[in-house]
Design a protein around this ligand. Sequence first.
Ligand code: AHG
Ligand code: MN
Ligand code: MN
Length: 347
Amino acid sequence: MKNFMTLGQFIIEKQADFPYAKGELSRLLRDIGIAAKIVNREVNKAGLMDILGNAGSTNIQGESQQKLDVYANEQFISALKSGGECCIVASEENEDIIRLDTDVSKNANYIVAIDPLDGSSNIDVNVPVGTIFSIYRRRSIDGPATIDDVLQNGTAQVAAGYVIYGSSTMLVYTTGKGVNGFTLDPSIGEFCLSHPNMQMPESGLIYSINEGNYVHFPQGVKRYIKYCQVEDKATSRPYSSRYIGSMVADIHRNLIKGGIFIYPVTASAPNGKLRLVYECNPMAFLIEQAGGRATNGASRILDIDVTELHQRSPIFIGSEQMVRKAESFMAGELLPDVKEHEMANAF
Ligand code: AHG
Ligand code: MN
Ligand code: MN
């Protein structure tokens, strides 16, 4: 039999990278992996809801059926609670922070921020969805952890990652020493290391943005989109447009193939749509660790001051050269390799 390494084995092996580690973070990552497998099972049978009972109805045990995003939220919170290594969960699904106040959890050293189900509008149509997570060490030394322990800048993350429930299910994460991807082998119920040391291509041929909002985009974004669409043999333009509508899936594809994902400010979302704490920061940390770049169009996502739990930010994330190019359009700079007459024709 071919040798393979499970997520559990990998986490334990990597603990040696942190000589003073007591195994707490390892156990926390393991707990997230367990919840991901449970959510995966439910996502996979989402289409059976009509047969087994719709949201709002009652299942055979008398429990009411829930929407998958609520279900995913509960699974992650419950796994983190019983694991005992996390004192606070901050979730997209909850207005306020959730204190895990079991005797063990309340003294735990870690905070988890989570988007339990990303791309939830895609569930009904069999399109990949995901989970995004971010892990911080609490800063306060005594007493219960507070919201201030949660509102840390992205640079303070100790680990971050995502799960993509796609044609296969993968868990991809970083602890600040590169990025590794694990594919779920359903026959043995284990995530197995399939994508060691993932590196984002420096450039790519894909741009991902909801172009339906074009009229509401800032001028710099409009100009960058046109740049992507202009014919230029030397840079293999026009690029392909690919937009799934699940940030996890769009960024996962771009991480492997090279590309840029943009969710800018729009007229209806003046601060952008995506949330800094549990969407932008974890993805930015991971993509930087893979050699990519993540900014708000001008400055680094990870350096943005976090002041609110559900704070939003515009995001430009992906292959380093593509993000830099988009930023220079945002800054209104004239770019030497953009032929003026081509740009003129494009408008
Ligand atoms: P969520 O399902 O957690 O609310 O996130 C959806 C997000 C993100 O995954 C995706 O890229 C974006 O919303 C899509 O938004 P538009 O439909 O506005 O393009
Ligand atoms: Mn989301
Ligand atoms: Mn969500």
